[in-house]
Design a protein around this ligand. Sequence first.
Ligand code: AMP
Length: 281
Amino acid sequence: MELVKTIAELRGAVDDHRRAGRSIGLVPTMGFLHRGHLSLVVASASANDITVTTIFVNPLQFAPDEDLDAYPRDPEGDAEKAAAAGSDYLFLPEPAEMYPEESLTTVTVAALSAGYEGESRPTHFAGVSTVVAKLFNIVGPCRAYFGEKDYQQLMIVRRMARDLDFRVEVIGCPTCREADGLALSSRNKYLRDPERSAAPVLHRALKAGAHAIRGGEADPAKVRNLMAQMVREEPLARLDYVDVVDSRTLEPVAVCDESNRLIGAAYFGRARLIDNMAVRR
Ligand code: AMP
């Protein structure tokens, strides 16, 4: 695997491969790689000739009071893991390489960015869409792999690629979990032992919601209350939101059905964790 620090170097390498007829897979991440990230690398490596993994803790998607400086980093460990999973390039730009001057241009995917994560983190998705647009332009035509774990982000990136005619096929990959259901996340590192034990309640609550809908519950308020109640009963959890949404528009539904998506976010100590699931299993 080759380590690349500059945009020019990465462009040159990827363009050469494309000219030679090789397909390109892109896996954008913020690093501190875990099994979830690596599942995207494996998916890319199995479907493409060349896989580019990127690691960039993007300042633009953190609010001033968020964890930009504390965000866990392990570039050496990441390089080993990415290589073992089949990545051919690891793009590790410095912030000054990605943003040599203040970016006057941002990409916003309106409606989809407004609710839920967008409400709790108002500048977050513009930061995500902007950096992903830059990566799409740097790498060029490719397949890009994103986790369903960040479901709203996946929907936003997919829509941005369509709306702006990027020559990128956005591919969603299933959420990797711990044995007790907790979705793998770099931010799980913030959990102290009791919080780690409490954290799977978010997944259990979503599962209970899905079970209720599959059992015939059609009233989203009842499903929401059921899920919220479960999270609130856990003393170490502080609920942000849980809801039943349309899986494509992310609008709250008036009547539940098996095509819905259940989404939720909660704080456990200083970790803010998100999760989601399809009703259908
Ligand atoms: P991040 O480093 O948190 O920005 O995540 C980089 C990519 O990995 C995103 O597309 C995430 O959705 C994906 N990802 C993070 N956690 C998981 C997980 N537990 N399972 C599958 N994909 C994940």
